[in-house]
Design a protein around this ligand. Structure first.
Ligand SMILES: Cc1cc2nc3c(=O)[nH]c(=O)nc-3n(C[C@H](O)[C@H](O)[C@H](O)COP(=O)(O)OP(=O)(O)OC[C@H]3O[C@@H](n4cnc5c(N)ncnc54)[C@H](O)[C@@H]3O)c2cc1C
Length: 408
């Protein structure tokens, strides 16, 4: 790196996704003269939570994307490149075009990595042969196509090992598909299976009874400790590693007519390989302050952080308030004032028109926003997910207006 010019910046944000744009706006709301730079390679900003609804024919795909240039706040500079490595001792990041950027403060928010290649044969058949996923912008409409066209046969929904973003999304795809088939009177002719690499239906036990009612209603067969490892699209076959009670693994072959896959997920490679990672590869932050545990001038927001919260936009919405307050305190050498309670939310779309609004913090503590029993499926949750939250996202969260975002 000797001899290469170093560009100096003040506050640098890695990633212009949900967390990155929101933290830039939240900081500027507090101090409008801050000098902020976002490093982001993509020219599109994606609202991923609505892809579940796109896959159910309930939301327009094109309403989940906006030009990145329209989302980056005024007075924030945008470097259109990807970060490839970190040198936190020198306060440097290196970009894929070779440039070196120096920062006073760094906020790391590049989301997580979808590991499609970890399942043999998957990538080449995505979007055809009945194989789909709501985890990609371009594929969510294909889920809906499959749901609409399937009249009988076997539909399989898969869930990889945790952690993943929006842990409820694999089963949300199943419930909404079943709801459509039920409404059309087709459900009795469709065999529905969920293959879950983990051992529980949902990580917060309080919500499981309400979900199990829908599993019974839709007659979905739950297979736990069953991990998708291989797909042959043209043959419409999938293979699962199934772990028995003694820990033995057997490969099981299944034929399918529709296969909804959620890919294995991890921290992005460039984070895993950096001095900022913990042993599992995630950005190692203090789970209460969201400050990096080794580098006081670095903070994290969103899916990349090591904190054991549910990886959701809902979590990022509260994290940005914590990080905005704590980062400004760190810059003025005062104690960090804000504490994150692990809030995250997963609106579980159990049927068309009803949602179990799972809101919880660290340790599975229930943190409902509304004074209603959170374990009951409601139409209100549906309105919230389909209409109110997308509006809140584009018009409030990304603009630094912190509604539904005050730390608990
Ligand atoms: C199907 C689905 C359903 C979901 N449902 C919900 C829901 O109901 N409720 C909810 O709250 N959340 C939901 N989520 C989760 C939510 O979308 C994520 O948790 C959220 O977007 C995380 O924000 P983030 O900023 O960490 O990452 P992202 O929004 O993914 O943004 C990361 C950004 O970093 C950029 N980047 C990547 N690598 C680099 C690099 N090397 N250098 C610079 N920039 C880089 C990317 O281009 C991207 O713009 C869902 C997600 C999916 C896929």
């Amino acid at each position: 790196m000797k001899g290469r010019k170093v560009e100096k910046h003040d506050i640098v944000i890695v990633g212009g996704g949900s967390g990155g744009i929101a933290i830039a706006s939240s900081l500027l709301k507090r101090q409008k003269n801050l000098n902020i730079t976002i490093i982001e390679p993509s020219d599109k900003h994606l609202y991923q939570p609505a892809w579940t609804l796109v896959g159910a024919g309930e939301f327009k795909q094109e309403n989940t994307v906006r030009p990145m240039a329209d989302c980056i706040p005024e007075n924030v500079s945008w470097i259109r490149a990807a970060v490839t490595s970190f040198d936190p001792e020198k306060n440097h990041v290196t970009l894929d075009d070779g440039r070196i950027i120096e920062y006073a403060n760094l906020i790391v928010s590049p989301g997580l990595q979808l590991n499609w290649k970890a399942i043999t044969g998957l990538e080449e058949t995505l979007g055809k042969n009945g194989v789909t996923s709501n985890y990609r912008y371009d594929l969510a409409p294909y889920t809906w196509e499959m749901v609409k066209s399937l009249r009988q046969g076997r539909a399989i929904f898969t869930q990889p090992p945790m952690p993943i973003k929006c842990a409820g999304a694999p089963q949300k795809a199943m419930y909404l598909s079943c709801s459509e088939w039920e409404n059309k009177g087709l459900l009795s002719g469709i065999e529905v299976e969920m293959h879950n690499a983990g051992g529980v239906l949902f990580g917060v036990a309080d919500f499981v009874p309400a979900l199990m009612e829908y599993v019974r209603r839709y007659k979905a067969k739950l297979n736990f400790n069953s991990t998708l490892v291989r797909v042959d699209g043209p043959a419409r076959k999938a293979w699962f590693n199934v772990k028995d009670a003694d820990g033995n693994i057997n490969e099981v072959e299944k034929s399918f007519d529709m296969l909804h896959v959620v890919p294995p997920q991890s921290a992005p490679d460039f984070i895993k390989q950096s001095p900022l990672a913990n042993a599992d590869g995630w950005l190692e932050v203090n789970q209460t302050t969201l400050q990096h545990v080794r580098y006081a001038n670095i903070f994290g927001v969103g899916d990349v952080v090591s904190a054991p919260n549910a990886k959701t936009v809902a979590a990022a919405r509260q994290q940005v308030v914590i990080v905005a307050r704590n980062l400004l305190a760190q810059r003025s050498n005062t104690p960090l004032p804000a504490e994150y309670n692990g809030y995250g939310a997963c609106p579980l779309t159990v049927e068309k028109g009803k949602i179990v609004l799972a809101e919880f913090g660290y340790g599975g503590k229930l943190l409902p926003t509304f004074p209603l029993d959170p374990l009951v499926p409601r139409y209100l949750g549906w309105v919230l997910k389909k209409t109110i939250l997308p509006w809140v996202y584009w018009n409030l969260m990304l603009k630094g207006r912190e509604w539904l975002a005050k730390p608990g």
